[in-house]
Design a protein around this ligand. Structure first.
Ligand code: HEC
Length: 121
């Protein structure tokens, strides 16, 4: 092999490895690493920003129930409706919010809250 093609071979191998080798920061879970996820610290803001336009008390725009406090959100988390609704793909019937799916990291945070035991604080 001529030196130049050896060089190109080496370079492309390095590039290929660079792409397949995850850096440590890619591997860190986006979910809050410092202890359990709580309603007060993590979940309330997600609901306030994305859901209360309709799930207010009283609800608007045809929403079937309010999600304005811990107990109301807890009930929907416990019966499975909350996570199912936010996991649906945009445009699917009953996908929440109807305007478009939340970022995956936000959905993961809600899932983590449920796994961590639905703590209020
Ligand atoms: C634009 C208004 C609107 C927004 C914003 C909205 N919802 Fe809804 N939501 C509705 C309506 C309307 C329904 C009833 C849908 C149906 O039964 O077809 C509903 C139903 C639901 C249901 C029941 C779904 C089921 O499977 O029966 C859940 C849970 C829910 N919403 C959670 C949320 C959450 C969590 C958010 C924020 C991330 C949110 N919604 C944002 C209007 C909204």
């Amino acid at each position: 092999m001529r030196t130049i093609s050896k060089f190109i071979f080496l370079l492309s191998t390095m590039l290929l490895l660079g792409c397949t080798n995850d850096s440590e920061s890619d591997l860190i879970d986006p979910v809050d690493p410092d202890g359990p996820v709580t309603y007060n610290a993590n979940i309330r803001a997600i609901i306030n920003n994305n859901c209360l336009g309709c799930h207010s008390d009283p609800p608007q725009n045809g929403a079937p129930f309010p999600l304005t406090n811990y107990d109301q959100v807890l009930a929907r988390a416990q019966n499975g409706q909350l996570l199912r609704a936010i996991r649906r793909q945009t445009g699917e019937p009953r996908a929440m919010p109807p305007s478009g799916r939340l970022p995956q990291a936000t959905i993961d945070l809600v899932a983590q809250w449920i796994e961590d035991g639905l703590n209020e604080q």
